[in-house]
Design a binder for this molecule. Structure first.
Ligand code: FPP
Length: 258
C-alpha cells in the first residue's frame, strides 16, 4: 500500500509499503491493556496511564482513517468487571471518556466517522451517557468508518441478553426453537450492525480474552503484543496488521494444496 503523502516518517512508510491494502481486516477489536503498568513504571497514579491511553486511542483512530479499509474498530474501554476498581479510577475514566468525546466530535464529523457503542450504556453516569448520546446522534449518518466503544460491556452479559430475547420470542409463540441458527444468534446479538470481526489485538502481553466479544471472535485472528497501550504507536499497529496478513486463515478447513 502507498502511505499518504502526509506521512514523512521513513519507518512508517516502509511498513505501509509492505501492507496489502486488499487484505486489511474489515473489523478490528482491541483490548487496550497496560495503562496501569505504564503509570506504575513511572511512579504516577493509574489515571495518568489512562490519560496517556486516550492519546493512543486518538493515534490509532486516526491511522484507521488513513488506512481506508478497516471498516470498524471496537475498543474495550470499560468492562462489566471494571466497576470493581476504586471509585476514583472509575470516575476518572468516565471523565476522560466525556472529554474525549467533546474534543473528538469535530474530528469525527470531518473524517466521516460514526460513533457507536455496545454494552449497557444506560448504567453509566448521566454526564458520560449524555455525551455519548449526543456524539452518536451527531455522527449517525457518517459512513467511512465505525468507531465502536465497548462500555460497561461483557460478552457473557451480551450473550445472556441475546438468549433472553430469543426465549421471549419463543415464549410468545413467535419463534420455533428449531429455527434458532448461528445466523439468528448473530443477528440477535447487539453487535449485529458491525462487520465480521477479523482481528483481536491485546496489548501488554497478557494471554487472556477477558470476557470480550466471545461469540464474535470465533474466527478472528488473535494478535498479542508486549507493548503497553500508552506506548502503542502507529508503527506498532501497522506491524500487527502485517502479522494478520501473514496468517493463513483456514476457517476450520484444510490448507489448499499448491
Ligand atoms: C486497561 O488497563 C484499560 C482500561 C480498563 C481502560 C481503557 C481506557 C482508556 C484507554 C481510556 C478511555 C477510553 C476512551 C475511548 C476515551 P489497566 O488499567 O487494566 O492496566 P494494567 O493491567 O497495567 O493495570
Amino acid at each position: 500500500m502507498q502511505a499518504p503523502e502526509t506521512i514523512t516518517d521513513a519507518a512508517e512508510r516502509a511498513l505501509w509499503a509492505q501492507l496489502d491494502g486488499a487484505r486489511l481486516p474489515c473489523h478490528v477489536a482491541i483490548i487496550m491493556d497496560g495503562n496501569g503498568r505504564w503509570a506504575q513504571q513511572r511512579g504516577l497514579p493509574r489515571l495518568a496511564g489512562h490519560q496517556q491511553g486516550v492519546k493512543t486511542v486518538r493515534r490509532i483512530v486516526e491511522l484507521c482513517g488513513d488506512l481506508q479499509g478497516i471498516r470498524a474498530l471496537t475498543l474495550y474501554a470499560f468492562s462489566t468487571e471494571n466497576w470493581s476498581r476504586p471509585a476514583a479510577e472509575i470516575g476518572g475514566l468516565m471523565q476522560l471518556l466525556k472529554t474525549y468525546l467533546r474534543i473528538e466530535l469535530a474530528e469525527m464529523l470531518k473524517n466521516d466517522i460514526r460513533l457507536t457503542t455496545i454494552g449497557h450504556g444506560e448504567e453509566l453516569p448521566a454526564e458520560a451517557r449524555e455525551e455519548l448520546e449526543r456524539t452518536k446522534m451527531r455522527t449517525a449518518d457518517n459512513k467511512k468508518f465505525i468507531l465502536n466503544l465497548a462500555l460497561n460491556y461483557g460478552a457473557r452479559r451480551s450473550l445472556t441478553d441475546m438468549a433472553r430475547t430469543l426465549a421471549r420470542q419463543a415464549q410468545a409463540g413467535q419463534l420455533d426453537p428449531a429455527a434458532i441458527t448461528p445466523e439468528l444468534v448473530n443477528d440477535t446479538l447487539e453487535t449485529s450492525f458491525l462487520p465480521p470481526l477479523e482481528m483481536v489485538l491485546r496489548t501488554s502481553g497478557e494471554m487472556r480474552l477477558s470476557n470480550f466479544l466471545l461469540w464474535e471472535m470465533s474466527y478472528a485472528e488473535l494478535v498479542v503484543t508486549p507493548v503497553l497501550w500508552p506506548d502503542f504507536s502507529r508503527c506498532d499497529f501497522l506491524r500487527t496488521l502485517l502479522e494478520f496478513q501473514q496468517r493463513e486463515r483456514r476457517f476450520g478447513a484444510t490448507t489448499p494444496r499448491q
